[in-house]
Design a protein. Structure first.
Length: 250
């Protein structure tokens, strides 16, 4: 049993927030005396025991600090184009499970959504996915930004952009090297890389102008093969392959 607890104290008792309380009570059927693990989403975990549970409150007695080994050394900044409806929910969930460190949704020229009010929902999905897969960190999900603005921001390189102790890869169905080719050629390195930015386009893909802008900022253009994939499939596959070649999968 595992619950999200922001502001997790080092000792004593802690009250569990409303959403996690509902999950513990109605889904996990928690009861006093049950052992539980708590995580704060920022790297801290602790064991605990449910001290009391009522109709509205759940209190946990904090135990010992837990050592989590499920965070990859490679920090992935994921730049997915905003997708419609549940497709984006799916991408946020799976990217969290795959270990990305941060997500910066992009609004591109072919994005079918010009603006969104779902940021709070996406952050909740990231919390739930981190809880499920055993991560001690919840990836940050930033406010969506236009692709052109992202690549021209003053803090671009500080914001885990390409060229900052890592690299950037933009996946494009219009061409580019295979990811394995980039890896074997040494343009992407598995040793010593601390960060990598991974950009995946919307339905319809990136435009040639957007690809050119990314290349100017140090991004490598890569292909996911000869078949045209759905945007949500491409997003999950791209992160998974990067983790396989450079991270902690495989």
């Amino acid at each position: 049993m595992r619950l999200y607890c922001p502001g997790l104290p080092g000792s004593g008792n802690v009250q569990i927030g409303a959403e996690e309380f509902e999950y513990a009570k109605n889904v996990l059927r928690a009861k006093p005396g049950d052992k539980i693990a708590l995580f704060d989403g920022k790297g801290r975990e602790a064991s605990g025991v449910i001290a009391s549970i009522s109709r509205k409150d759940l209190s946990v007695r904090i135990g010992e600090t837990l050592d989590s080994r499920k965070e990859p050394a490679l920090k992935i900044l994921f730049l997915p184009a905003v997708l419609k409806g549940q497709k984006m929910d799916f991408v946020i969930q799976k990217a969290t499970e795959l270990g990305v460190a941060r997500m910066r949704p992009l609004i591109t020229g072919r994005t079918q959504v010009g603006e969104t009010r779902k940021l709070a929902r996406w952050r909740k999905i990231a919390i739930e996915a981190a809880r499920q897969c055993g991560r001690s960190f919840v990836p940050e999900v930033d406010e969506p930004v236009s692709l052109s603005r992202y690549f021209t921001e003053d803090n671009f390189t500080e914001n885990m952009g390409a060229g900052m102790n890592g690299a950037g890869v933009l996946f494009w169905e219009g061409g580019g090297a295979g990811l394995k080719e980039l890896f074997l050629s040494g343009r992407l390195k598995s040793s010593g890389a601390e960060r990598i930015s991974v950009a995946v386009g919307p339905e319809g893909g990136f435009s040639a102008e957007e690809v050119s802008l990314a290349a100017q900022k140090g991004f490598h253009t890569a292909s996911l093969g000869p078949r045209i994939l759905r945007a949500e499939t491409a997003a999950v596959l791209a992160v998974g392959l990067v983790q396989f070649l450079m991270g902690d999968m495989g």
